[in-house]
Design a protein around this ligand. Structure first.
Ligand code: SAM
Length: 290
C-alpha cells in the first residue's frame, strides 16, 4: 500500500493548531456559547435524527456527547478497563467514560499542555475510576507494551504526523484482543488522487493547521493488514454530522474568531461532506487475541 504519510512526518512535540489558539482565547474571555459548544469536546456532533436538530447550543452540546459515545461503542468499552484517549483535547471523551462506567483507569494524551491543564481542571474521577492526563505524541506513545484494553482517537488522527506509525504504536500498547476506535474524515476513493494534489494547499491555509484527509477506506483496510489489526467496524456517519455546519455558522455570530480563514476552510469541509467527497466515519479495529 502507499501508506499515505502525512505532510509533516516528524514526531516532534510541537502543536500548531490555530483553531485551538482562538478557542482557548474565547474560553478565557468567558464566552458562554463557546463554553457550552466546545468547552468539553472539540469535535463535530452526532445527531441520531439529523432532521430534528434544533441548532441550539444545548442541542449541539448533546450531539458532541453523542459522538464520543458512538466512538466508545466501536471500541467495545466495558467496566473495569484501562483506556487511552489519544489526542484527548479538553478531556470530553474521558469525561463521558468516567460518567458512564466504573472501575476504569482512564488516560488522556495530548501534545498541547494548555488543553491538558483545562482537562485536569474540569474532568475529575468519579467513584472508583482513576484519570491521568499526560503530555505526549500519538506517534510515540509513552506507555509499555500491552498496557491498555482500548485506545481511542476521536477526530484527531488527521493531525498526526503519520497514521501508520500511530497504528503501530496503538497495536504495541494494546493487550491481545484490545480495540482501537477512531473517527476520521475519509475521502471517497476516486477523490484521493485529486485530494493529493489539491488538499495540501486548501487544508494548510491556517485555521485547522496540518490536516491529512487523504486516507480512503481501502487504505484503512491496507493499514489494518500491515499493522495486523482486524478492521471490524466501518460506519459512515456523515449524514449524522451535517447539522454541525449550520450550527457553526450560527455560533460564528456570537463568537467571531480572529482567523479569517476559519469560514473558508469550514465551508470547504462542509461542501466536500455534502457532495460526499469526504465522508465522516467511525472505524473500529481489534488486535487479535491470544
Ligand atoms: C479536533 S481536536 C479533538 C480533541 C478531542 N479528541 C475531542 O474529541 O474533543 C484534535 C486534537 O488532537 C490533538 N493532537 C494533534 N496532533 C497530535 C499528536 N501528534 N499527538 C497527540 N495529540 C495530538 C490536538 O492537540 C487536539 O487536542
Amino acid at each position: 500500500m502507499n501508506e499515505v504519510p502525512n505532510q509533516n512526518p516528524s514526531t516532534n512535540d510541537k502543536v500548531e493548531l490555530p483553531y485551538f489558539d482562538d478557542l482557548l482565547a474565547l474560553l478565557k474571555e468567558g464566552n458562554a456559547a463557546v463554553e457550552q459548544s466546545f468547552g468539553r469536546h472539540v469535535h463535530w456532533g452526532f445527531w441520531g435524527q439529523p432532521k430534528l436538530a434544533d441548532l441550539t447550543a444545548a442541542d449541539f452540546e448533546q450531539a458532541t456527547e453523542n459522538l464520543s459515545k458512538q466512538v466508545c461503542l466501536a471500541g467495545g468499552i466495558k467496566n473495569g478497563q484501562r483506556v487511552l484517549d489519544v489526542g484527548c483535547g479538553f478531556g470530553g471523551t474521558v469525561a463521558v467514560i468516567n460518567e458512564h462506567y466504573t472501575g476504569m483507569e482512564l488516560v488522556g494524551l495530548n501534545l498541547d499542555e494548555r488543553q491538558l491543564a483545562r482537562a485536569r481542571d474540569i474532568v475529575l474521577p468519579l467513584a472508583d475510576n482513576t484519570i491521568q492526563f499526560q503530555q505526549g505524541n500519538a506517534c510515540a506513545l509513552p506507555y509499555p507494551d500491552q498496557s491498555f484494553d482500548v485506545v481511542l482517537a476521536v477526530e484527531c488522527i488527521f493531525h498526526f504526523p503519520d497514521r501508520g506509525q500511530f497504528f503501530r504504536e496503538a497495536y504495541r500498547v494494546l493487550k491481545p484482543g484490545g480495540f482501537l476506535a477512531l473517527s476520521d474524515f475519509i475521502p471517497t476513493a476516486w477523490v484521493v488522487p485529486i485530494a493529493k494534489i489539491k488538499l495540501p494547499a486548501v487544508f494548510s491555509l491556517g485555521f485547522y493547521g496540518h490536516c491529512n484527509m487523504q486516507c480512503s477506506i481501502k487504505q484503512y483496510w491496507q493499514l489494518a493488514e500491515q499493522t495486523h489489526f482486524d478492521l471490524q467496524v466501518i460506519r459512515d456517519i456523515t449524514a449524522n454530522t451535517l447539522p454541525t455546519y449550520p450550527y457553526l455558522r450560527q455560533l460564528a455570530k456570537k463568537a467571531p474568531v480572529a482567523n479569517k480563514l476559519a469560514v473558508l476552510e469550514t465551508t470547504v469541509i462542509e461542501l466536500s461532506s455534502r457532495l460526499r467527497l469526504i465522508n465522516y466515519h467511525i472505524l473500529g479495529f481489534q488486535k487479535p487475541g491470544n
